[in-house]
Design a protein around this ligand. Sequence first.
Ligand SMILES: C[S@@+](CC[C@H](N)C(=O)[O-])C[C@H]1O[C@@H](n2cnc3c(N)ncnc32)[C@H](O)[C@@H]1O
Length: 669
Amino acid sequence: MGDHSLEAHTSLLDWVARHGGHIDNSVRVAQDASRGVHLQVKADWPQPISKETRVINTPLAVTMSYFNAIEYTCARGSFSSHDVVFPRAFIDAVGPEETTAFFLMGQYLRGAEGFWYRYLRTLPQPGQLTTPLFFGEEDVDWIQGTGIPDASVQRYELWDKKYEESISALEELGFENTEEYTWDLYLWASTIITSRAFSAKVLSEAVEPSDFPEDGVSVLLPLIDLPNHRPLAKVEWRAGNNDVGLLVLEDISPGEEISNNYGPRNNEQLLMNYGFCLANNPCDYRIVKLGVKPDSPLSQAKARQVQMFPELAKNTDNHYYIFNVFYPLLAPNTAMEHSIFSPALFNALGIMQANERERNMLEITEAGTRIPAVYGNGHSTLAALAQISFELIAHIEILRASAEGLSQPANLNQTHTQIYRNSQITLDETALIIATWTITRARTHDRDESWGDIKTLLNEHMARVPAGLLSEEILSRTQVRILERQSLLPKNGELFRLGELFALLPSEMQGPTQSCFSHIIEQAGQAIPTLPSDPQALFAIVICLLVATHRSPEARPQLSSRLTRWVEFLFEQYPSPGNDSGFSEADGRHTRRQLGEFVRTQQSSTWPPKTGVTWLTETSGWLDPNWLQWAWTVADAEMVLIPLEPLAILAAEGPVAIPKQACLYVPQE
Ligand SMILES: C[S@@+](CC[C@H](N)C(=O)[O-])C[C@H]1O[C@@H](n2cnc3c(N)ncnc32)[C@H](O)[C@@H]1O
């Protein structure tokens, strides 16, 4: 076997025709270096072929599946084993999938004697396969840093286990010639099935519905497996009593390729299952693995969900995906962030990043677990976006670094892996633009959500993307994604750097409060050198100032409804400080312990300094150890660490450290 000239395909067409199949007169089999064998409308065909043309008809008699191995017969149809017969006990022990692989091996071993010989000789032969499991040493460098090595090891281990089980079963049953069913041949058969087989639906008219095995079966369809893949190509496989047809559902011009649609596969699946990749695959997405500890809040939430809905235990797929900006298969009302970060991924990160008050509101349904989107919970949304941004930055760096030293691809395997790596980098880069857009909006306090303001802000955001990095098409699609869908956070301005928090006060109070704050830092900073650089301590002091202002009967009526609502929300959510909830001696955090000691030892005549803050009275108790401790807890829970200038990574040549910036989350009303 192993004849790859089109002569072999001509002979295949004759063989299929003898069994009642054909390809349409308008169609020819073509071949080239990058696409292998494929189908085209003949270049000299007088007009485009119209939709509904049945371009290929494959008789059921030439299909190969589990039903041949079991010599299936019913009133609707029957399938012959064509002289490769395995013991029934073997078939029952290994199941339909392995039976099909061993049946294909058995037919291959029959060589020119076999019924399917004319078909099998047109397929890539053992030694000619191009999925990563068959990569040579010269290709290995090209997959480092990507998800392919892990995926390959996983697949190898799974197939190895299945092969060993199947071979042992055959040996135990004393099957003849077991030694011919080698591991290499098994790898070939399994790869042929993953790269060419169709789902059981194509046999739906010839098999009783109740006879389909639960896990489905793979069906090899000579001729129909010739067209290559084009994402979203409009085609239909039509199952009949005696045949399966491939119909095109769009007009195709003379000379153009006739493509099949293998489903919305991402580049990793295309590379792993079929051995090729597409540079502009609209269906591309990245599967994210979250390192989740068994006792983490996310694991606990999932465990509770399974307790409530035990049938969910069967679903092992987490659906943690990052989609590219062209991904077409989104529900109409999908939020902007969820159009890139799958709801399951986003909700999982939200739970991981949520503070305790948010986690107390955890919503568990059969569809998922999430922090509900109510007042105050934008904190977990922003923290999730920040976490995603750091993950994206790290992933971009790994992919870029592992590509260093690679020159021009020397073969098709390397070309496809290069496409894969570059598409992953582009996907990460666009996802970073999207994640940081929502963070940028949260950091914007001087522009609102009007169309004009959003456009200006978006232009500024996009201007941070280095020129020439991404194509115009990708950049404009990214902007469309941002503008066409509602964000999870409809309002801007929820993240504050320290100095910005004073703007929450009425303008006449801002100056005095700020100067009071400076005095405090100056006074306490002399005793505690780490204070000025400890964001949590600084936020805690400002929170104390804001809360004491709210507690002042004189000042409260002047405060904005946003500040009032927030402070009252904090009182509800965090138990008010008692008289003995001050800093504990055992407190290991340096600044915190020192600050506690400092405030405890101050004279009431000089502490707290009240320069200009006339509305704060001696008795308001502000900045006493108990309030400070309370504010410290609030600051800890309500802070979000965001990446500072995250898009700088896009311009960087080598690795860059992206500093983190501490912000305090203050919800909009
Ligand atoms: C079902 S077969 C299609 C026929 C195949 N081209 C052949 O030569 O027999 C699937 C294989 O075709 C190739 N293929 C399919 N779509 C492709 C595409 N868009 N670009 C490059 N190769 C493709 C891959 O090698 C894949 O494993």
